[in-house]
Design a protein around this ligand. Structure first.
Ligand code: NAD
Length: 465
């Protein structure tokens, strides 16, 4: 597998010369591009321009970074099929009507009008939207997952190579101070050789109900397997933090609780009419007090009490969590065997009181226990006093994936503006593919009752398909 990726990488690098905006050249062997030093002056652009396809929850977050980085970034076009979403976007983006499109397809009929297209439509739409945008000449900021099947991920990678486009996958966690500081520590050798990692993603009791029982990701066929949708970030972190490739995967998991067997007697189909008084998942008691915050704007871009009540009466968001047609897991465990014999054990669970991630990295010289949400870790160097590291003073912003959303956009802007900085963590598609393959291999293993999936065989099967 490594040879396959190396060959692909090399090919990509050789082909990557952006002739349209002259921003890019090949500056290292890892697929990251900057401005040729000799041409710096002539190639400097004042602002990086973006066209955003899909102005929902994610697209809006990227577009509104223009307000944070007004000197570096300009959104020049947007597209969404939901008129209410476009109406909301007009409140913070000053765009002429001819740059506001009723679908991504309509926007792509126009000649290229920005340096980068953000693809923030739903998982199952990524393949078509990403490939068409690259054909049109755009580099991409592509929401994760790259696509919802391994074949579609490959198709997007191949199109990036064919059309010579830079595709940056939104693995926003890599850009957070928390994981970047841990990575620095690992690379400094303070932990010695990594032997094993134990990590968890605590999805949160209501986040799972909102997104994976009632919401956009509740059915695998329409979206993605949950381990891909939610945890390709985690797989990406393990590969990046260790700097190792994954050799084999096994996994178990199920939809064990959010099913008809756990439905309380007398429960109504919709929470708004439900007589059951002690159900934590009651949509009315969850959404109404949260207006207008997350996730009520997912129900309606204008989350007034009236609009949210209407959504609870008419959409999946008001349905009983035990009577949905959901089929994705509510908990899953994954084991990775890395190429050097080290291991990773990962738990994803919806049954947690908060949304958080934790990591325990065990090395030959020390272990490290980190809490993403608290932004702290404890380093226990063997034979020495444990050291608690509080990263909070380094943060100026903890919103949007612990500040990762904004930091990723900022790095993308700096990259396109030709700033001289360490680009080794930038999540170009070639670096992101393996995380998706590992997640999809975990899903395959889970479907086969935990049978071991060897990554080289998984990739070979893909190549022969
Ligand atoms: N990086 C992360 O951590 C992260 C977090 C959450 C979601 N995501 C991913 O981001 C993507 C978007 O998720 P979201 O939560 O914003 O979903 P969303 O449903 O809020 O947004 C998708 C938007 O696309 C629009 N749309 C649908 N068809 C379209 C078309 N043909 N042309 C233009 N617009 C169209 C919809 O109207 C909607 O507004 C998904 O792939 C999701 O998995 C990534």
């Amino acid at each position: 597998m490594s040879q396959f990726f190396l060959a692909k990488n090399a090919l990509f690098l050789l082909r990557k010369v952006d002739t349209t905006c002259k921003l890019c050249y090949i500056d290292d062997r890892m697929g990251i591009y900057g401005i040729p030093p000799e041409n710096k002056e002539e190639n400097i652009v004042k602002k990086v321009t973006f066209a955003v396809m899909g102005m929902g929850n994610r697209g809006e977050r990227y577009a509104n970074k223009q307000l944070r980085y007004p000197d570096m970034m300009e959104v020049v076009a947007i597209a969404d099929t939901n008129p209410l979403t476009l109406k909301k976007a007009k409140t913070f983006l000053d765009l002429p009507e001819e740059r506001i499109f009723n679908s991504g397809e309509e926007m792509l009929q126009q000649p290229k009008m920005a340096d980068i297209m953000v693809i923030a439509t739903q998982d199952a739409q990524h393949r078509d939207h990403a490939i068409k945008a690259m054909e049109r000449g755009y580099d991409l900021l592509l929401e994760k997952p790259i696509a919802n099947t391994a074949e579609d991920c490959m198709a997007i990678l191949e199109a990036a190579h064919k059309y010579n486009r830079r595709v940056i996958v939104c693995h926003v966690l890599r850009y957070t101070i928390f994981y970047q500081e841990i990575k620095k520590l690992i690379d400094s050798g303070a932990l010695g050789e990594i032997q094993t990692i134990q990590a968890s993603e605590q999805v949160g009791w209501f986040h799972i109900a909102h997104s994976f029982v009632r919401g956009n990701w509740h059915k695998k066929a329409d979206s993605s397997p949950m381990i891909l949708a939610k945890c390709c970030h985690d797989m990406d972190l393990f590969l990046w933090l260790t700097g190792k490739k994954c050799k084999a995967v096994s996994s178990f998991g199920d939809r064990r609780f959010f099913n008809k067997e756990h439905c309380p007697e007398n429960a109504a189909e919709r929470c708004i009419n439900c007589p059951v008084s002690d159900c934590a998942f009651n949509a009315v008691s969850y959404y109404i007090p949260r207006i207008p915050g997350w996730p009520t704007h997912v129900l309606n871009p204008q989350p007034t009490v009236k609009n949210i009540i209407e959504s609870l009466q008419t959409t999946n968001y008001g349905r009983c969590v035990f009577q949905m047609d959901n089929d994705v897991v509510d908990h899953q465990v994954v084991n990775l065997l890395m190429e050097d014999g080290s291991t990773v054990n990962f738990v994803m669970s919806g049954f947690t009181g908060e949304q958080n991630r934790s990591i325990h990295i065990m090395g030959s010289k020390a272990d490290l226990i980190g809490d993403f949400d608290k932004r702290t870790f404890t380093l226990r160097q063997f034979g020495k006093k444990p050291k608690v590291v509080d990263l909070n003073p380094l943060y100026t912003d903890t919103t949007g994936h612990g500040g990762g959303d904004a930091r990723m956009v900022h790095d993308v802007l700096r990259l396109y503006l030709g700033e001289d900085f360490d680009t080794s963590a930038i999540t170009v598609i070639d670096r992101s593919m393996e995380s998706h393959f590992v997640a999809l291999a975990a899903e395959l293993s889970r479907e086969q009752n935990g049978e071991l999936v060897k990554m080289d065989e998984f990739i070979d099967n893909l190549k022969t398909k």
